[in-house]
Write a protein that binds this ligand. Structure first.
Ligand SMILES: [Mn+2]
Length: 266
C-alpha cells in the first residue's frame, strides 16, 4: 500500500491518539501534514490529545499545536464526524462525556462498526493498566524513566537532524530490548482484547501505551493506533473497509514515500 500522495485521500475512518499537544515531543508538523492529506468520514480522537499534565510543569503551546486543534475543528465544520474519547492525560475532559463540544462528540468510549459489519470497542486504554499489575511505584518509576528517555530522544533527534539524519526513537529501541516491557505490553493487549470479547464485540481500538499494533488474540482483533510522540502513526479504515496502520513521514522527507504499513493478518 502506497502512501496517499497528491490531493486529499478519501478514507472511511481515522483513529488518532496520544498526540500530547502541549509537550515538546509532540510531532505537530507531521500531524498537520497528515490532517491536510486525508479526508475522512469519521475521525476518532482516542485520548491524550492535549497533555493537561504537562501544563503543571510550565506552559508550552507553539502555533503548530494550536493549528492542530484548528485543523480538527475545521474538519468538524465541513462534515467530518469527530468523536473524542478522552484519555488519562486529558482526563478532565471526561467531565464533558455524552456532550457536544464545538461540533465534536465527547464519549467515555464507543463502538465503531467497520464496513463489513464487525464491531470494535473504541477506548483510550488506561482502563487496562490494572491488568499489567506492576504496582503503583513501578508504574510511577516507569513513567518517569519513560519521560526521561523521551527527553533524551528529543535532544538526540535534534542533533541527528543537524547532520541530515532521520528520526530515530530511543524509547522504541529500549522497549524492544527489554523483555519485561514486552511481557507487560502483551498482558495489556490481551486484557484489552478480552474486554472486547466479554462485550460480544469483534475487537478493540485503543492507544495509551504508544505501541502501534494490529494483531489477533483468540479471534479478537486488537488494534493500537500508536502515537504522535515517537511513532507518528494512525489507524485508518480505507474506503474498502480495510484497516491499515500508517506511519506518517516527516514533511521534509515526503519526497521519499515511506509510509510503513502493517496489514491485518488474514
Ligand atoms: Mn494515556
Amino acid at each position: 500500500m502506497n502512501p496517499p500522495s497528491g490531493p486529499l485521500q478519501p478514507v472511511r475512518t481515522v483513529f488518532l491518539s496520544d498526540i500530547h499537544l502541549g509537550t515538546r515531543e509532540c510531532q505537530a508538523e507531521r500531524l498537520l501534514d497528515f490532517l491536510d492529506s486525508v479526508q475522512a468520514d469519521c475521525i476518532y480522537l482516542v485520548g491524550d490529545i492535549i497533555d493537561l499534565w504537562a501544563f503543571k510543569g510550565g506552559f508550552y503551546w507553539p502555533p503548530t499545536h494550536a493549528a492542530v486543534l484548528r485543523a480538527i475543528l475545521a474538519k468538524a465544520r465541513t462534515g467530518t464526524r469527530i468523536v473524542y474519547v478522552p484519555g488519562n492525560h486529558d482526563e478532565s475532559c471526561r467531565d464533558f462525556c455524552s456532550q457536544m463540544l464545538a461540533g465534536i462528540e465527547v464519549r467515555r468510549e464507543c463502538v465503531h462498526e467497520l464496513r463489513d459489519g464487525r464491531r470494535l470497542l473504541v477506548a483510550h486504554g488506561d482502563e487496562f493498566d490494572g491488568a499489567v499489575k506492576c504496582g503503583r511505584v513501578m508504574a510511577l518509576l516507569g513513567t518517569q524513566l519513560y519521560d526521561l528517555f523521551l527527553r533524551w530522544g528529543y535532544r538526540l533527534n535534534r542533533i541527528r537532524r543537524v547532520f541530515g539524519l532521520g528520526h530515530w526513537s530511543l524509547v522504541t529501541w529500549l522497549k524492544s530490548r527489554v523483555g519485561n516491557v514486552r511481557r507487560h505490553v502483551e498482558r495489556f493487549e490481551r486484557a484489552a482484547a478480552s474486554e472486547a470479547a466479554r462485550r460480544g464485540l469483534d475487537g478493540i481500538v485503543c492507544g495509551h501505551i504508544h505501541r502501534p499494533a494490529m494483531t489477533v488474540y483468540d479471534g479478537v482483533l486488537y488494534c493500537n493506533d500508536g502515537d504522535w510522540v515517537e511513532h507518528a502513526t494512525t489507524l485508518v479504515e480505507d474506503m474498502h473497509g480495510e484497516l491499515r496502520l500508517w506511519m506518517w513521514p516527516e514533511p521534509a522527507i515526503r519526497s521519499q514515500p515511506v509510509v510503513s504499513t502493517w496489514r491485518q493478518a488474514a
